[in-house]
Design a protein around this ligand. Structure first.
Ligand code: GAR
Length: 200
């Protein structure tokens, strides 16, 4: 498969995917990084691994219609013959037209057990903070396909992680990220091998 990663932040999941490719655990080509933040950690990681970066944000292209804006993404995806989009800490909504054109071809990782602790504003550390504040004793991660509704779409994999009494949002984030780095490449491999079908 040809993969395009979308990322906005530190890029540690992106890095784990690149390392899995480098170590030949994955066979897919990581063709492109699309980011809305040209100075984020993921961009630096892309440079380190020689992956081309494409910066697309409303701030860079003000005044475009939704269709014109979506076309910026679609042109890049088609040009690079992308089969699978992998969201790795992408903090923007994927343009609905991109979701439609790449139906069942967009993977996301979320640092909690969806459908709990998902939805608007629920990204990164906010998720862990909400989990700690709720007093719940189990959190985890979810890998799922996205559709046009935030944090919805068919769940492919979940891993639960115990919340200890002395955990705060930062320690919980660290514990869950550790498993994200392990399982995101693992699930992509299962998709490569056809063990997980995207069209079911
Ligand atoms: C990860 O924990 C990922 O699950 C989360 O953002 C973090 C990005 O870290 N994604 C979401 O919250 C999506 N709703 P990274 O940039 O170091 O990979």
């Amino acid at each position: 498969m040809n993969i395009c990663v979308f990322a906005s932040g530190g890029g540690s999941n992106f890095k784990s995917i690149l390392e899995a490719r480098r170590d030949n655990f994955l066979n897919s080509d990581i063709r492109l990084l699309i980011t809305n933040n040209s100075n984020c950690g993921a961009v630096h990681i892309a440079r380190e691994f020689g992956v081309p970066v494409c910066h697309i944000s409303r701030k860079v292209y003000p005044g475009l219609s939704d269709g014109e804006y979506a076309k910026l993404f679609l042109d890049k995806l088609v040009e690079n013959e992308i089969d699978l989009i992998v969201l790795a800490g992408y903090m923007k909504i994927v343009e609905p037209e991109v979701v439609r054109k790449f139906s069942n071809r967009i993977l996301n990782i979320h640092p909690a057990l969806l459908p709990d602790f998902g939805g608007k504003g629920m990204y990164g550390i906010n998720v862990h903070k909400a989990v700690i504040e709720s007093g719940i004793k189990i959190s985890g991660l979810t890998i799922h396909l996205i559709d046009e509704v935030y944090d919805r779409g068919r769940i492919l994999f979940q891993k639960s992680v115990k919340v200890e009494d002395d955990d705060d949002e930062f320690s919980l984030q660290k514990k869950i990220l550790h498993f994200e780095h392990k399982y995101y490449p693992f699930i992509i491999k299962k998709i490569e091998e056809g063990e997980i079908g995207l069209d079911e």
